[in-house]
Design a binder for this molecule. Structure first.
Ligand SMILES: NC(=O)c1ccc[n+]([C@@H]2O[C@H](COP(=O)([O-])OP(=O)(O)OC[C@H]3O[C@@H](n4cnc5c(N)ncnc54)[C@H](OP(=O)(O)O)[C@@H]3O)[C@@H](O)[C@H]2O)c1
Length: 321
């Protein structure tokens, strides 16, 4: 099978031919049609994922966690899937299978579920990590209706979902981005959009939210100081959450609780998100669609920043032999 893999830790991802993986008891093998790109994909490769995912131990290591495709083989034992089922999900970061490959084996009780009628498989592939993270971040920051949530890095995969899910709960979202994204973020439900190109700006934030911020979801800052700069806008009693492990080492304002978020993938949450996406309540923003061989360049571009929604990788388009 064709796959994008690395031959060593910190190696360059390249297109390779590998044997198809065989499903073990309790697993399904998925013939992957689409994968989507997450920053975790390159963070794992260069060892910068920290506690979020272990560095690969055996090689070749196939990149990627999010996928949509069809069940192609069932391992031994009980299984809730059948050959031919259209499925999507998020694989764990394992040493044997990744979603940037034509076949992927995952446990049948992992974060995998059926693609509902009305959901395009590209959108399904783009949904798992970003959608589940957004939903669980919203739970973690515990907003009440009309609270103000500052989202830093709002224009990327997680941020676009989080903005919509928060808006649906009557939370006032302040989208902090780099560049002029007022139109895009406004269409997703942001009450205000702040350009942080010049760095954390207390003036810009206090102008956008004169009554203060109840919660921060910082999806961008890896450095505790940068995170603390954004958390300075949170009022006492509020929550400052980091998806990049920056909260533990940050000096936060008195009375502000720091949270280092960690995704807990589940098939039930995937079902809820997929139903919302199929109904059009949650828009999955696909920014780019690329063939598998262009995935290495897409990873490099994502590392440099600038994501606007999701990048989908066509691994093996439906109907292609
Ligand atoms: N802890 C967990 O379990 C967990 C789960 C999901 C995601 N994450 C992490 O959360 C982060 C975001 O994920 P994602 O999928 O949304 O990534 P993404 O799609 O690549 O988006 C990141 C966004 O942040 C923006 N950005 C970067 N620096 C910024 C800054 N200083 N101010 C404002 N915006 C900034 C980028 O655009 P510009 O470069 O144009 O500003 C981009 O729009 C990643 O590091 C990911 O690994 C962690």
């Amino acid at each position: 099978m064709r796959a994008i893999a690395v031959g060593a830790l910190r190696g360059d991802p390249v297109l390779v031919e590998l044997p198809k993986p065989e499903p073990r008891p309790g697993e399904v093998r998925v013939r992957v049609e689409y994968a989507s790109l997450n920053p975790l994909d390159w963070q794992v490769l260069d060892g910068s994922a920290g506690d979020l995912a272990p560095a690969p131990q055996s090689f070749p290591f196939v990149v990627g966690v999010d996928y949509a495709g069809r069940v192609d083989m069932i391992g031994g034992g009980e299984n809730r899937f059948r050959v031919g089922d259209a499925v999507f999900g998020r694989a764990g970061v394992t040493d044997t299978c990744g979603s940037y490959g034509e076949y992927l084996c995952v446990p049948q009780d992992s974060a995998i579920t059926l693609v509902p009628r009305g959901l395009d498989p590209r959108a399904a592939a783009a949904l798992p990590s970003a959608g589940m993270a957004a939903a669980q971040i919203l739970e973690a920051v515990e907003p009440r209706g009309h609270d103000t949530l500052l989202v830093v890095g709002a224009a990327g995969g997680v941020g676009c979902c989080l903005t919509q899910l928060a808006r649906a709960r009557d939370v006032r979202v302040i989208a902090a981005v780099r560049g002029d994204e007022r139109s895009r973020m406004g269409s997703l439900g942001a009450a205000a959009t702040v350009d942080l190109t010049a760095g954390p700006s207390a003036d810009a934030l206090s102008h956008a939210c004169p009554d203060g911020i109840d919660a921060l979801a910082d999806l961008a800052s890896a450095a505790p100081d940068a995170f603390a700069g954004h958390a300075a806008a949170v009022r006492p009693g509020g929550i400052a959450l980091s998806t990049r492990g920056a909260a533990a080492g940050a000096r936060l304002p008195e009375g502000v609780r720091g949270v280092d978020f960690r995704l807990d993938p589940s098939p039930v949450l995937l079902d809820v998100l997929a139903a919302g996406a199929a109904d059009g309540v949650l828009r999955v923003l696909v920014d780019a669609e690329l063939p598998l061989e262009e995935a290495p360049q897409a990873l490099e571009r994502n590392r440099a920043g600038g994501a606007r929604g999701k990048t989908v990788i066509v691994v093996r388009a439906p109907g292609r032999c």
